[in-house]
Design a protein around this ligand. Structure first.
Ligand code: PEP
Ligand code: MG
Length: 887
């Protein structure tokens, strides 16, 4: 039979899995000889067993009895003993801190008799009755599931009857009466009496803490924080100490460093004559911790000493909860403290300088998600805000501007110097111009991989998507929000892509110095935070094996990516090069009747494409640029089928129909697909639209030749998308090789351009060994690979059922956001192994959205990929995470 209960002296800080964070750290402090009230911890294993069967596991009761007896012996009194009761707290404590999510019951052991004993021992009637009413209240709420409101309103009534405003002003008699009322409430609401047997109180409280693991708010919190659902919580039984026994008692919190900035000093708050929950409830104002020196110098000095011991022991910022009971200091909790992203970087470097940790350890103390947080502009947290809706935090940042409802207005207004927010129900490639022009994008539909979200992230542009409480009416140029709020075109709104909130009016924004540093606008020693970031980046770059490239399709983005540390372009999507003005050429290409006509269009497109590539190759001179041949279905470049049908019908009715429109409509019908994402796209396009891919390859080769002639060092690579079978790749590769040879011959410039493929279909991953025979490199397209492995449409799925999936724990985070290691990740592993077995020098990267997600980057580094490629803005976080993956 496993051991379920551990005395504080039996544990240590490494036992968080079993004892939870609080229990493990109480044990650690006990063993350091610090003043911790005695107690013991019931393990998470017991909780898991309880949650499985709905009953305490065999032996648990006896183990608790044994430890309780030992505790009673140590304190020299017994639980709930009438004359001088031992009281205990029953506190939850999971492996990961879940502040306020689970339950605690204090003062267990009080009953109608022992309350008198406590009054005598403490020499304080009021204190004893107040403690009893707190137990009734917490027990009623937590253990017996009674609505807390019932107790609150009884308390309010008691106060108004006594004519006082604060709980602390209720005297002993009033509290005695309140205890009677609370007991009645318990009986009325739960159908049972408040248990007078102290051991029964304890056992029921332990059960309640176990059960609180599955309380809805705890489930929600775990989902948000990505904490596994099956860990369970430990339960700590601790001898009560009281901070509310008079002016020489009190309670407080302390930090060994400022958790906001990382600066060393005396940080924390203290509240005299109070218990921990009073601090949380904000009943009275706390004083700064430094004031404790004047109140109780001895305890203050001891606390500072302990803080130093803890920092030197944990080698990190610690936060502490303590209580002073009649001049005696007790430590109730410590843990390595949460901190802001800025503090994490600063503390990591401070600790190296203090010689407390080495550089590798410092790198482990920060992460890519924190760095990403530091890079986005943000709203001033002190500013007043009027929130009107909340959507999904699709692309972080803080954007303010006038609401506009179409791309055209966005561009027009921004040209005249207006800042705008593009508001759409959802976006499509037509909105691109407006998205570029806007400060931010707000949609009422679609999830984190909707067009708006993906494109916005790619551009580093703030985006809130799927704010479904907003009714966006692009025709009326307005949207309405709950509460009768209407926002018209031109009204100023603010959107926060970091938390998904939408505000009315202008919220002031503060710039990120970290981005200015990466953009090389300010020096690495500009301020303490920037210096810390610079130092950690240097450590990461020195260590990482995996390279980081950027997804970029313009010279400007490529140049920015390079400033951010990108070591090439891993994905240059060419579809954006066929939009806007050039869309008409694609129309002509599709409608072409003869080879001649088709060749004519391609000849027009060739120099345009070439110039696109020249600019990018120049910006990335000396570094690889992987150009992907056209991928999306052709219909994306054609007019909407419904709109065109209506136009043609109207024209026909008025006798105004044009031959061109009719042919276009026919073509649109022909190309219309039910599932375009699974249709005529990628390599399939290259195989059925003659000349399209070869034109693109020619443009790449000629651009390279142009750059070489200009004295540059272009390193282009040709990438074929959506390959599922080696035969597809072979056909396109053979054509590509021919084109490269002909350009070489014509220009006389020696070109060595590798030809590779995307691995973005399960079949490609499963036949990677075969495919590698025809490919010089692989790039995992994890967006499509996720879509096709799960069978989820990346454009529709999040709004439709992801929230249900997240709620029910099918996955903790969208597989489009963070790589699904078990499924899609396994395909990546397999294809990498198979590909390298067939071709040992195969270069392998990833260019899906996951290439910029810190957790996924970590995974790709472990798998041994050569590089990840992500949007320019995510390059620094990917560099950092690639470094962290090897320490
Ligand atoms: C992918 O599928 O992961 C990819 C990078 O290609 P796209 O997102 O353009 O389909
Ligand atoms: Mg793809």
């Amino acid at each position: 039979m496993p051991t379920y209960v551990y005395d504080f002296s039996e544990g240590n800080k490494g036992m968080k899995d079993l004892l939870g964070g609080k229990g493990a750290n109480l044990a650690e402090m006990t063993n350091l000889g610090l003043p911790v009230p005695p107690g013991f911890t019931i393990s998470t294993e017991a909780c898991r067993a309880y949650l499985e069967t709905g009953d305490e596991p065999d032996g648990l009761r006896d183990e608790i009895s044994e430890h309780l007896t030992a505790l009673e012996k140590e304190r020299g009194k017994q639980l709930g003993q009438p004359a001088d009761p031992l009281l205990v707290s029953v506190r939850s404590g999971a492996k990961f801190s879940m502040p306020g999510m689970m339950e605690t019951v204090l003062n267990v052991g009080l009953n109608d008799e022992s309350v008198h004993g406590l009054a005598t021992q403490a020499n304080d009637e009021r204190f004893a009755w107040d403690s009893y009413r707190r137990l009734l209240q917490m027990f009623g709420k937590t253990v017996l599931d009674i609505d807390g409101e019932a107790f609150e309103s009884a308390l309010e009534e008691a106060k108004s009857r006594a004519g006082v405003a604060n709980d602390v002003d209720l005297d002993a008699d009033a509290l005695r009466e309140l205890v009677e009322t609370f007991k009645q409430l318990v009986e009325q609401h739960s159908g049972r009496d408040f248990p007078q047997d102290p051991r029964e109180q304890l056992d029921l409280a332990v059960r309640a803490v176990f059960e609180s693991w599955n309380a809805p708010r705890a489930i929600l919190y775990r989902r948000q924080e990505r904490i596994p659902t099956d860990l369970g919580t430990a339960v700590n039984i601790v001898a009560m100490v009281f901070g509310n026994l008079g002016p020489d008692s009190g309670t407080g919190v302390a930090f060994t460093r400022d958790p906001a900035s990382g600066a060393q000093g005396i940080y924390g708050d203290y509240l005299q004559n109070a218990q921990g929950e009073d601090v949380v409830a904000g009943i009275r104002n706390t004083v700064p911790l430094a004031d404790l020196e004047g109140i109780d110098k001895q305890s203050y000095d001891q606390l500072l000493e302990i803080m130093e011991i803890l920092e030197n022991h944990y080698l990190d910022l610690c936060d502490i909860e303590f209580t002073i009971e009649r001049g005696k200091l007790w430590m109730l909790q410590t843990r390595v403290g949460k901190r802001t992203a800025a503090a994490a970087f600063r503390i990591a470097t401070q600790l190296i300088d203090q010689g407390l940790i080495d550089e590798d350890e410092a790198l482990r103390r920060v992460d890519g998600a924190q760095l990403a947080q530091l890079m986005f502009p943000r709203f001033d947290s002190d500013a007043e805000k009027k929130r009107i809706a909340t959507g999904m935090n699709a692309s972080p940042g803080a954007a303010v501007g006038r609401a506009v409802f179409d791309s055209y207005t966005a561009i027009k207004w921004s040209r005249s110097g207006e800042k705008v927010i593009l508001c759409r129900r959802e976006t499509n490639p037509d909105d691109l111009g407006g998205m570029i022009a806007a400060q931010g994008i707000l949609t009422s539909r679609g999830g984190k991989t909707s067009h708006a979200a993906v494109v916005a992230r790619g551009m580093g542009k703030t985006c809130v998507c799927g704010a479904d409480k907003l009714d966006i009416d692009t025709k009326q140029r307005q949207f309405t929000a709950p509460g009768g709020i209407t926002v018209d075109e031109g009204d100023v709104i603010s959107i926060d892509g970091t938390n998904g909130e939408v505000y009315l009016g202008e919220v002031p924004v503060v710039d990120s110095p970290v981005v200015r540093y990466f953009e090389r606008e300010i020096e690495p020693d500009a301020d303490e935070l920037v210096a810390a970031v610079h130092r950690m980046m240097t450590l990461a770059d020195d260590r990482r094996i995996m390279r980081v490239r950027a997804n970029s399709d313009t010279p400007e983005d490529s140049a920015r990516a390079r400033r951010m540390g990108a070591e090439g372009v891993g994905l240059c999507r060419t579809e954006h090069m066929f939009l806007g003005e050039r869309r008409k050429y694609i129309e002509r290409l599709i409608l072409a009747d003869s080879d001649e006509e088709r060749e004519d269009v391609l000849a027009t497109l060739l120099p345009l494409q070439r110039d696109d590539f020249v600019g990018i190759l120049e910006a990335m001179d000396g570094l690889p640029v992987t150009v992907r041949l056209l991928d999306p279905p052709l219909h994306e470049f054609l007019p909407d089928i419904t709109e065109l049908s209506v136009r043609v019908a109207v024209a026909e009715a008025t006798g105004d129909a044009h031959e061109g429109d009719l042919r276009l409509l026919q073509a649109v019908h022909k190309l219309h697909e039910q599932n375009p994402m699974l249709g005529l796209r990628g390599v399939r396009l290259g195989l059925v639209v003659p000349g399209l891919f070869t034109m693109q390859v020619r443009a790449i080769a000629e651009a390279a030749a142009t750059r070489i002639e200009a004295g540059g060092n272009p390193v282009p690579e040709v990438m074929i998308p959506l390959v599922g079978a080696v035969q597809e790749l072979e056909l396109i590769r053979d054509e590509t090789v021919k084109v490269l040879a002909s350009v070489r011959e014509r220009t006389g410039v020696e070109l060595k351009i590798p030809i590779g493929t995307m691995i973005e279909l399960p079949r490609a991953a499963l036949t990677a060994g075969r495919i590698a025979e025809a490919a010089e490199f692989f790039s995992f397209g994890t967006n499509d690979l996720t879509q096709t492995t799960w069978g989820f449409s990346r454009d529709d799925v999040e709004g439709a059922f992801f929230s249900a999936y997240l709620e029910r724990g099918i996955f903790g985070v969208s597989p489009f956001e963070s790589i699904d290691v078990e499924g899609v990740g396994e395909l990546v592993r397999y294809a990498t192994r198979a590909g390298r077995a067939a071709r040992p020098d195969l270069k392998i990267g990833v260019c899906g959205e996951h290439g910029g997600d810190p957790e996924s980057v970590h995974f790709f580094a472990e798998v041994g990929l050569d590089y990840v490629s992500c949007s320019p803005f995510r390059v620094p976080a990917a560099r950092l995470e690639a470094g962290r993956a090897v320490v």
